[in-house]
Write a protein that binds this ligand. Sequence first.
Ligand SMILES: [Zn+2]
Length: 179
Amino acid sequence: MPHAVTHVLIAIILLDLIRDYVLKKKHRMKFPLHYLIIVGIAGLLPDIDIIVYWILNLTSGLTLTEIHRTFTHTLFFPAIFAIAGFATWKVKSKFLARHKMKLHTIFFIIAFGTFIHLVLDATLSGYIMPIYPIAIFKIGLDLVKLTPWPDTILPAIDAILLLAWLIHEEVKHKISDFI
Ligand SMILES: [Zn+2]
């Protein structure tokens, strides 16, 4: 499976690229960095089923494949957060407003991050069952296994992503000014 770091990094980088190149300037200026942290956590969130596996394995002996990549790795998972985003469209929170955030945007960002997780799992390694438990059809390109270096490609992806992002941030935002 893709590394935790890959999931976190790709979710953050994609949202950061949207911020830098898609959002209009007035929205970009108001974009709180908290959103990047939230999307990073959301990017890893579906793998929370591994913790569920640890607990259930101890109590009932269930195996990893019986739990991991089931409910939290379906399209329903991001859909729940997207629906929550629409449901809270008009909710105003003073606490969030103080941090320049909106509740519905947070839900949409979580929907985005968890969806990216599914895309990565379905393309890089193994498979997901997008509408489990309604049907057990699987989507999995397993691209990592198609490369000549299946054992080392995942850490290499992390390294390349991290370096490319750091260079991008330096060029675009001069992060070294803040260190
Ligand atoms: Zn996963």
